[in-house]
Design a protein around this ligand. Structure first.
Ligand code: FES
Length: 142
């Protein structure tokens, strides 16, 4: 199985410039951070996604991630980070693993690696909904 050139290029660039690809995390105490963490049942690899969200508009302002996984998972994570910036949390749910896999030309045996990204945004949205509900309960903006 050979990785596509797109996967190889991204993976190498992440190793050389991790910060420019959003590798890392935000302050977990920041109330405007939504976090999603998921693992791939097929291999046990893990992705953690941190989204900085505008509480008034639900627009994703910035993204950071940490992925413990293969080259396809790392490349998928960086592709996902780029797709998420500037869109709303609801719009983010429209991005499917297939969109990422197609963009990176993942071979069939590595398709599950892009599922991490799709699952992590679902978890992050759940976290964001809980934070919004708590804010509303405490009298703040929704
Ligand atoms: Fe585990 Fe790719 S082999 S995410």
């Amino acid at each position: 199985m050979a990785y596509s050139q797109k996967v190889v290029d991204r993976f190498e660039d992440v190793l050389n410039n991790p910060a420019s690809h959003g590798v890392g995390r935000f302050d977990p105490k920041d109330p405007n951070i939504a976090t999603g963490m998921t693992s791939a049942p097929a291999c046990g690899d893990v992705m953690k996604l941190d989204l900085k969200v505008d509480p008034e508009t639900d627009v994703i302002l910035d993204v950071k991630f940490k992925t413990y996984g293969c080259g396809s998972a790392i490349a998928s994570s960086t592709m996902f980070v780029e797709m998420l910036k500037g869109i709303t949390m609801t719009e983010a749910l429209e991005i499917k693993d297939k969109d990422i896999a197609d963009a990176l030309e993942l071979p069939p045996i590595k398709l599950h690696c892009s599922v991490l990204a799709e699952d992590s945004i679902k978890q992050a949205l759940r976290d964001w909904d809980e934070k919004k509900a708590k804010r509303k309960h405490n009298g703040g903006p929704e």
